[in-house]
Design a protein around this ligand. Structure first.
Ligand SMILES: *[C@@H]1O[C@H](CO)[C@@H](O)[C@H](O)[C@H]1NC(C)=O
Ligand SMILES: *[C@@H]1O[C@H](CO)[C@@H](O)[C@H](O)[C@H]1NC(C)=O
Ligand SMILES: *[C@@H]1O[C@H](CO)[C@@H](O)[C@H](O)[C@H]1NC(C)=O
Ligand SMILES: *[C@@H]1O[C@H](CO)[C@@H](O)[C@H](O)[C@H]1NC(C)=O
Ligand SMILES: *[C@@H]1O[C@H](CO)[C@@H](O)[C@H](O)[C@H]1NC(C)=O
Ligand SMILES: *[C@@H]1O[C@H](CO)[C@@H](O)[C@H](O)[C@H]1NC(C)=O
Length: 551
């Protein structure tokens, strides 16, 4: 009997081993990868042991940048051949040789060097350890320390997501956590092979009227702002070229009494994306498997209009115009000579000072909101009330809606000079700038945008105008018989039927006053100037012949 039992037992063990072997061979992740470390275990450089997140995206362990002899504890992407580090623990305190140990000591994670000196620690105040503590690398790359019997994120003793290095991963938050008083921000690496803290940070600024993210260069102990995200407008930060609606990423900005934070998530977990700050730039990289490395989704600053102070106060930067800096209508260059020589940094000044009563507003569309240093926000009122509020404050220079969703809610208003305005090609939002009534031509386009009846009326007038031009032309043609057909665009000339003629008289050098509304060829430059670079403010309407501008 005993023999039979033994044989049975052995074959049972044997088949179990076979299954186990098969598991190892065909599912290495199930058997060889570990993502937790208990208080009786440790990770050492010499053992080569690492933790791998479930799903196999992230790996935590020791690394040594090539060409250097210093060792760091970090997290990198396991499946990306181009070695990419998402987090570094001891960035400013490297291990000087290949002797290092990560272990749990009490309720702290500690990194010990050659003589058991503490190189890095989670620095939690010691308290009685209630139950066993473990360290765990989560699927999203968050390295956490928790009680082994409590998996709930609110019970984490410590998490690496609270201490970002240069990279924001999906599900990680950037910004203030008022419960802990911590501002989570990104700090660049000193150089591509040196993880120590560099000079550039990307952080939430809550000193201004509205919170926004800023890219800072810590230069000669100064903090120089290089780029502003602009405030969140309900959908996006107008200064960041994130693409809403592409459905690969979902952005989340939360502002309440507990936190002001930005995060993003991927809708397809096999596509990676990360936000990384490096020297002078903030970048979003994405990776679609099975590519070797990353592709750049966007990088900031992108162009000259992104450099702050390029166009001074009351002027806006527009890449589609030449020069890039444009005075807002109703303003003239402060320093004409510098302006003419393409130095727009001195900005523009009002043609007529604001009066406390009888002012109006000019609407600028597709704008990045100006610097919010002098801005205040009231989230309870709508645009109409916002306008009244601004008019009733003699110091108010401008207003905009705080949340552009559902036709706009909330009110941002400025009481100081408007600086750092940029016109975007597609994104951006409406900005209403206060002007003295003398500078607002109320018979012109701007005001009409705000009331449907006037829009309808203006389109009607435009159509009439176009029709009369056509009739007039036919008449003229008949009269003159031999008049040549209008030539298509030649060189820098443009067909005048693209631009319907003005009510005001304009003088063009070398030409007669364009009073008789004849379809004529006109210097392209003149048209550009007259229509303010075909700006939308001058657009009166759209007819069958093209866009109609007022001059
Ligand atoms: C750890 O990895 C290095 C380099 O891959 C290798 O030289 C060393 O032998 C490994 N050590 C152990 C204990 O496996
Ligand atoms: C460091 O600590 C370990 C374990 O406590 C011990 O075995 C080792 O001798 C210590 N090394 C030094 C240099 O003190
Ligand atoms: C922990 O505290 C020590 C001493 O106060 C400090 O030097 C070190 O930077 C702290 N480490 C972390 C990770 O905050
Ligand atoms: C955004 O984040 C907050 C917490 O920060 C969360 O409560 C909310 O559900 C998130 N929204 C979305 C759409 O994920
Ligand atoms: C997610 O992306 C991968 C890689 O491009 C693709 O193969 C897969 O079909 C996508 N999954 C979904 C649900 O779109
Ligand atoms: C307007 O600004 C002036 C000078 O900055 C200040 O003294 C005054 O109180 C402000 N008025 C209002 C209504 O805020």
């Amino acid at each position: 009997m005993k023999g039979v039992h033994n044989i049975y037992h052995h074959s049972y063990t044997f088949s179990f081993l076979l299954v186990f072997l098969a598991l190892i061979l065909f599912h290495p992740a199930l058997s060889t990868y570990v993502n937790t470390m208990s208080s009786s275990e440790s990770l050492t450089i010499s053992s080569n042991r690492t933790l791998v997140s479930p799903g196999g995206v992230f790996e935590l362990g020791f690394f040594k940048p090539s060409g250097r002899s210093r060792w760091y504890l970090g997290i990198w992407y396991k499946k990306v051949s181009q070695k990419t580090y998402a987090w570094v623990a001891n960035r400013d305190n490297p291990l000087s040789n290949s002797i290092g140990t990560l272990k749990i000591s009490g309720n702290n994670l500690v990194l010990l060097g050659q003589s058991n000196n503490t190189v890095w620690s989670t620095n939690l105040t010691r308290e009685n350890v209630r139950s066993p503590v473990i360290a765990e690398l989560l699927p999203n790359g968050n390295f956490v320390m928790r009680y082994s019997n409590n998996k709930d994120s609110s019970g984490f003793l410590w998490q690496s997501f609270d201490f970002p290095t240069d990279t924001l991963l999906p599900e990680m938050k950037l910004g203030y956590d008022f419960k802990t008083g911590r501002n989570r921000f990104l700090t660049s690496w000193r150089s591509y092979d040196d993880p120590s803290s560099g000079k550039f940070t990307y952080e939430l600024d809550i000193q201004t009227g509205l919170p926004e993210f800023i890219l800072i260069n810590r230069f000669l102990n100064q903090r120089v702002v290089m780029q502003r995200s602009g405030p969140w407008n309900g959908i996006e930060f107008s200064g960041i070229p994130e693409v809403q609606g592409l459905n690969y990423m979902v952005y989340n900005y939360t502002e309440n009494s507990e936190e002001i934070a930005y995060s993003f998530q991927m809708t397809n977990q096999s596509i990676y994306s990360r936000l990384t700050v490096s020297d002078y730039t903030l970048n979003r990289f994405t990776r679609i498997p099975p590519s070797w490395g990353w592709s750049l989704f966007w990088s900031l600053p992108t162009d000259v209009c992104d450099s702050l102070y390029f166009c001074g106060s009351y002027s806006y930067c527009d890449l589609n115009t030449s020069p890039y800096c444009n005075c807002i209508r109703g303003f003239v260059p402060k320093n004409r000579q510098r302006w003419d020589l393409r130095d727009g940094s001195h900005g523009c000044v009002r043609t007529t000072q604001m009066s406390c009563s009888g002012d109006g507003f000019l609407r600028l569309n597709n704008m990045n909101l100006p610097d919010t240093k002098t801005a205040s926000v009231d989230r309870t009122i709508d645009v109409k009330k916002c306008e009244e509020k601004c008019l009733s404050d003699c110091n108010c220079t401008s207003f905009a809606t705080a949340d552009v969703r559902n036709g706009g809610l909330g009110c941002v208003f400025w009481t100081g000079d408007l600086v750092e305005i940029r016109k975007q090609a597609v994104v951006g939002q409406d900005l209403y700038v206060r002007l003295n009534a003398a500078d607002l031509d109320f018979s012109s386009g701007e005001k009409r945008d705000r009331t449907g009846t006037i829009i309808g009326w203006s389109i009607g007038v435009s159509v009439m105008l176009i029709l009369s031009v056509i009739v007039f032309c036919f008449w003229r043609r008949r009269q003159k018989q031999a008049k040549a057909d209008a030539t298509p665009i030649v060189g820098n000339q443009v067909l005048m039927n693209e631009v319907v003629l003005p009510r005001k008289k304009i003088h063009f050098s070398g030409e007669d006053e364009v009073e008789n509304l004849e379809l004529s060829l006109m210097e392209f430059e003149a048209v550009v100037t007259a229509t303010e670079h075909f700006s939308d403010f001058n657009k009166v309407g759209k007819g069958g012949f093209g866009v109609v501008y007022k001059v």
